[in-house]
Design a protein around this ligand. Sequence first.
Ligand code: B12
Length: 243
Amino acid sequence: MTQYHQLAEELIAEAEKYNGFRAGIADIDKVLGGPSYKAVAKAEGSWETNHTEKKTPWLRNASSLLVLAMHHPEDDPRLDWFDRGNTAGNRRMTKISEELGTWLFRTHGIRAQPLPYHVEKGGVYLKDAAVYAGLGVVGKNNLLLDRDWGPRVRLRALLIEGNLPSDQPFEDFNPCQDCPMPCREACPENAFALGQYDRPSCIQRLNSDRAHPVDSGQTDSEGSPILVTDWCRRCEFACPVGC
Ligand code: B12
């Protein structure tokens, strides 16, 4: 085993010590040449976000991505609630990404850069990254499906200095084959009516979620209820893969 293979294995093992986390390595060039980068130029509909993240220039001499998938079970909706510019799930993934970067530099002297969530701020298309990191496949609901958790995962990536051996996409996992696709029936906006995911319809729904925040059950320091956005997850929950 080469030094880089061993390093990749150690890094993945370190990431998977966190409860509900899976990790894999992807080649950054493969991700940048993936289907999402090709499709986005032609994609209709734009998504205005108020995510509080800074735009970051990329670490030099970095050819690999550590891709993280965090289990996001149905009975823990709070992870997805958008409040004061971010979600609890994203905050958790950012913290863990920073801890992994610190571990990598401390133990191996290799730099890592946790990437922002949004591509416009310096992030990458995370479903493509997860496929190339061997974490799952993209299903008929247009979401990354993990073997055990199905689409109920949230994704994140760190840019890693140097060139680590990448994992391989799955070849023996085709959960959507022969599936009656309840995910597509479940969409309240009928975003799959034309046989593929329709971004403008989905955006319409999420804009409506944003316009109608729900009570989180918590109060701020002045005793006022904290309202959060509870994003639609119907295409996730209807998926029979994982739980
Ligand atoms: C912008 C955005 C949105 C926008 C626009 C969505 C869109 N798909 O265009 C809106 C707000 C509408 C949205 C909705 C949702 N989102 Co969103 N979104 C993103 C974001 C920031 C970028 C996605 C994007 O613009 N893609 C580009 C467009 C053009 O491509 P696409 O529609 O995604 O389809 C591409 C892939 O599916 C890929 N693909 C398809 N088949 C294959 C096969 C292979 C081999 C490969 C390599 C790739 C590949 O190619 C397609 C293009 O041809 C990502 C985070 C990130 N940085 O990646 C999260 C992300 C994709 N969203 C996520 C989620 C969970 C959701 C929602 C369920 C809402 C929610 N509760 O958060 C819905 C689900 C919609 C759906 N069924 O796709 C998760 C997905 C997790 C997962 N299991 O896959 C992500 C990764 C964020 C996260 N927190 O982890 N989202």
